[in-house]
Design a protein around this ligand. Structure first.
Ligand code: HEC
Ligand code: HEC
Ligand code: HEC
Ligand code: HEC
Length: 458
């Protein structure tokens, strides 16, 4: 698995060379401004799923955006505020491999360890950092009496007339103690730790950036306590997207979640050598930004790894609540030909093909909503083993049907009641933001049905 990433490095280097030529052909920056780029809390979203139009984010757009930013003559320093991954499943481990590789390739210079990251354990995190040459920082994650990772980094940027030294310190909220205890590390009080580091930082850096994994309220307090911090960056799994990432009177940068946007601030030194921070912006990574080829290739490699490791086959499978196995839409067809014909004409009946077109047909994260009974012992496994469980079938809405088909008098059962809540298990705000039961229902209703069914709908 790892080796294939490194075979891939060869391609990356080639891409890099081509890109450098392109960048050099553009005019360079006209002044001594450095642009810091911040992101964080991707939570495993390396690319938009494509379930609806207008989705934001993805490393392929981010890469292209940064390339373009550089090509326009900006000197940029990308910095990551942690929580790239959501949990520690085998799929997340692959994502971490791919994600760290991508960040390093986009020339990120530091990664502040977040609470989700801690779940991987110190050893695994250190390996990711080492393999990709991406330094991890955290000033208040401790083992015994010493910090687990580097407390802060000094990054020097050589500008035409100035040298700008940027100090980057990483902190995490003490509220994440549970995550830390599981990984056998301790979280020290951030203010105490920072206080001890401030003399060194002010001595050595022109600009001090503090990365914080926690809430905005906590981050604001740190900022109040330490006015010498030039920029404070905050993210957590709820940092919502704001029209402006920055509170009006202060440089508190709020990264969005799920990689939907990146933030930038511009920094230059005034005539006395004091840093001026300005022009904080949030850049939405929308469809207007084309995907970079190298990240598209990397994501294809990721899908290949997902398939090669047979993650679909290794997903834990439980019994469904009722204990009834799924039987498949073809079995329902034998008695309900009208409903089947009606269903066949809806988009639900080719939801698996949609995944094939998207190149995600072996991705467990997609199969949950695009097949029947995924994650259950009698549900979808693979095209070969469970050909009757492709697509959004009858039993996705009506429930597993083996008891119903054996029932000698099915009219007496209350089998198969469908409510709006059934739809919402898949039509989530993330995957189907335009979902509206009144508009969506008529499109899937089994048209040849009794008037009763229609009345239920209205
Ligand atoms: C939580 C359930 C859910 C998951 C998980 C999910 N999808 Fe979807 N997907 C949907 C729904 C619901 C729609 C229909 C959205 C709409 O039209 O409102 C959809 C639609 C799509 C479409 C558009 C189909 C069309 O006709 O235009 C694509 C492509 C797609 N999904 C791909 C994926 C991929 C790739 C993944 C995994 C990365 C994925 N989906 C994971 C629920 C899901
Ligand atoms: C052996 C024949 C047979 C099979 C196979 C069968 N059904 Fe039925 N089903 C019936 C009969 C008969 C009724 C009651 C009469 C009617 O409403 O058509 C019924 C009723 C229903 C109802 C209405 C239940 C109610 O209480 O109003 C739903 C929904 C339903 N079936 C769904 C399914 C689904 C989904 C499958 C496949 C998992 C399926 N059926 C397989 C014969 C069958
Ligand atoms: C098991 C998951 C799941 C459930 C439950 C589900 N859907 Fe869907 N739905 C999907 C997926 C996936 C798609 C996209 C299919 C495709 O085009 O590949 C979709 C597409 C649709 C579309 C087509 C949207 C478009 O872009 O044209 C409509 C309409 C729809 N669903 C309505 C409903 C309604 C109404 C319900 C509840 C009664 C429901 N769905 C329940 C997964 C689900
Ligand atoms: C997207 C969700 C969805 C899918 C997929 C779906 N149905 Fe339905 N079905 C409904 C809804 C909603 C109703 C009408 C409301 C109700 O009776 O609960 C209904 C009604 C029915 C009824 C008649 C109930 C009655 O009162 O007359 C039958 C029979 C039925 N479906 C069978 C099927 C079969 C067979 C399939 C697969 C070929 C299927 N359904 C696929 C949502 C779905």
């Amino acid at each position: 698995m790892r080796s294939s990433i490194f075979v891939y490095v060869a391609l990356m280097v080639l891409g890099g060379v081509v890109y450098v030529c392109y960048a050099l052909s553009k005019p360079s920056g006209h002044n001594d401004t450095v642009t810091l780029i911040f992101s964080g809390a991707e939570l495993g979203y390396l690319e938009p799923c494509g379930c609806s139009e207008g989705q934001l984010g993805g490393i392929a757009r981010r890469d292209r955006f940064l390339q373009q930013f550089r090509a326009n003559g900006n000197v940029i320093v990308p910095i990551a505020n942690g929580n790239l991954i959501q949990d520690v499943s085998p799929q997340s481990e692959l994502k971490a491999d791919i994600g760290f590789f991508a960040l390093a390739d986009m020339e990120y210079i530091a990664y502040n360890v977040g609470e989700r990251d801690i779940q991987f354990g110190v050893e695994h995190l250190s390996a990711l950092s080492e393999q990709n040459g991406l330094p991890l920082i955290s000033a208040n994650l401790y083992q015994g009496s010493s910090p687990v990772f580097t407390s802060y980094l000094l990054h020097t940027v050589q500008m035409p007339t100035d040298i700008v030294k940027i100090g980057i310190v990483g902190l995490i909220s003490p509220n994440f103690t549970v995550y830390a205890e599981n990984a056998d590390v301790r979280i020290r009080e951030p203010n105490t730790v920072l206080k001890a580091l401030i003399p060194e930082l002010t001595e050595n850096a022109d600009v001090i950036v503090c990365l914080f994994n926690g809430t905005k309220v906590e981050a604001s307090k740190i900022q109040d306590n330490f006015p010498m911090l030039d920029v404070v960056v905050v993210s957590n799994d709820k940092t919502e997207m704001l029209p402006s990432p920055v509170l009006p009177d202060r440089q508190l940068v709020n990264t969005s979640t799920k990689g939907k946007s990146i933030c930038s601030v511009k920094i230059y030194l005034d005539i006395n050598g004091n840093p001026i921070v300005e022009d904080s912006q949030q850049h939405l990574l929308g469809e207007q930004i084309p995907d970079s080829q190298r990240m598209t290739d990397l994501l294809a490699l990721y899908q290949q790894m997902v398939a090669d490791e047979n993650l679909t086959g290794s997903v834990p499978r439980g019994e469904q609540d009722t204990g009834d196995p799924f039987v498949g839409s073809a079995t329902c067809k034998t008695c309900h030909i009208e409903e089947w014909t009606s269903w066949k004409a809806t988009k639900h009946s080719h939801a698996y093909h949609t995944l094939e077109v998207a190149g995600h047909e072996t991705d467990p994260e997609c199969l949950t909503c695009h097949t029947v009974g995924f994650g259950f012992s009698s549900g979808f496994l693979s095209v070969e083993e469970t050909p009757n469980h492709l697509d959004v079938g009858c039993e996705n809405c009506h429930g597993a049907g083996s008891a119903h088909i054996k029932d000698s008098n099915p009219t007496r059962t209350d089998y198969g009641t469908v409510t709006e809540a059934t739809c919402l298990t898949c039509h989530t705000t993330e995957n189907s933001p335009k979902f509206n039961f009144t508009h969506y229902f008529p499109e899937i209703v089994h048209t040849i049905l009794s008037e009763n069914a229609h009345e239920t709908a209205h």
